[in-house]
Ligand binder design. Structure first.
Ligand code: G3I
Length: 307
């Protein structure tokens, strides 16, 4: 049977992978597939490397849950994307409500950032900067501070800025490109742009591949970091067929853009998808159903790598 990472590597990519989360690791059928390295050669922690998990109190770092994901990956020779360092969500209140001044918050960012999806979701959809505690206190300074701290902490890690709604060309993608250009012009370390790709069935932008190429042309690598394709339930054969095409379109685009290094599912099974908990009445976003049975979307990914 076709296997997703085998195909991705045959297409010249570094990896095909998936998000996972600590509670899921107690489900042995789930872990058996998660450990199937022919499908998955890379893991992302869906929650346990975020700021609230890793520095719940100032200067008090706890990596036990994140380490459990790393151990799961290492046991199978899988790569890790560290997710994430600086994000406006899942921030402990000591950061959001701390009323720190510019210099203090920059030093807090510097202490916290060690690697990974260093900057997560810095933009609003219109391309203006999101009014996070970091932006309102430091302007855009926190971005360079975080990236430089991450480089110093782990010279070998690829440093990314990651966002959603930058799948097609448009104001937000232009803002991302301009940010990366300006960071490079200032000599700030930036290796890649992460395109989350939380898609809605039938709505993959026609400019998806062009947009990937536009980012690559800035001289960075690109990765599809959180792929899923949600639909309004119930999942009908027609919706599942369209979803399969959507996965195929995205994978084909990554295949054809040589700077696209890999693709990560935002978990592989509907059983553990974040979608139903956030969008009432929507779901069925992953390539395997909640009983761990492959859906047409699986074949869409295969077709994309074979394109
Ligand atoms: O751990 C608590 C648990 O103790 C409690 O009983 C339960 C009750 O709601 O909540 C649990 O925490 C939840 C956590 O996931 C772990 O399951 C949070 O409520 C829930 O908000 C959190 O959702 C995560 C979401 O980020 C938060 O913003 C999703 O799992 C995670 O998949 C999602 O991932 C994000 C990426 O990091 C960034 N891009 C978008 C993507 C989807 O939102």
């Amino acid at each position: 049977a076709a296997q997703l990472n085998t195909l991705a590597q045959a297409a010249g990519k570094k990896y095909f992978g998936t998000a996972t989360d600590n509670p899921e690791l107690s489900n042995s059928s789930y872990v058996a597939q998660l450990s199937n390295t022919a499908d998955f050669h890379q893991l992302t922690a869906a929650n346990s490397m975020k700021w609230d998990a890793t520095e719940p109190n100032r200067g008090q770092f706890t990596f036990s849950a994140g380490d459990a994901i790393v151990a799961q990956a290492q046991a199978h020779g899988q790569l890790i994307r560290g997710h994430n360092c600086v994000w406006h969500n899942q921030l402990p209140s000591w950061v959001t409500a701390g009323n720190f001044n510019n210099a203090t918050l920059l030093s807090i960012v510097q202490t916290h950032c060690m690697s990974w999806d260093v900057i997560n979701e810095p933009f609003n959809d219109d391309g203006t900067f999101r009014q996070s505690v970091f932006f309102t206190t430091t302007g855009t300074s926190y971005i360079a501070t975080a990236l430089r701290a991450a480089r110093a902490a782990d010279p070998n890690a690829k440093l990314y800025i990651n966002d959603f709604n930058i799948e097609g060309t448009g104001a937000k993608s232009t803002a991302m490109a301009n940010l990366v250009k300006s960071l490079k012009a200032q000599g700030v370390p930036i290796d890649g742009i992460g395109i989350q790709a939380h898609m809605i069935v039938g709505e993959v932008p026609s400019t998806f591949q062009q947009n990937l190429q536009n980012f690559a042309n800035l001289g960075v690598e690109v990765a599809i970091t959180e792929l899923d394709v949600r639909m309004t339930l119930p999942a009908t054969p027609a919706l599942l067929a369209q979803q399969s095409k959507d996965y195929q379109t995205i994978i084909t685009a990554c295949k054809r853009v040589s700077a696209c290094v890999g693709v990560t599912l935002w978990d592989w099974t509907d059983k553990f998808s974040w979608v139903p908990g956030t969008f009432a009445g929507q779901g069925a976003a992953c390539p395997w159903d909640e009983n761990f049975v492959k859906k047409p979307a699986f074949q869409g990914i295969v077709n994309g790598w074979n394109a």
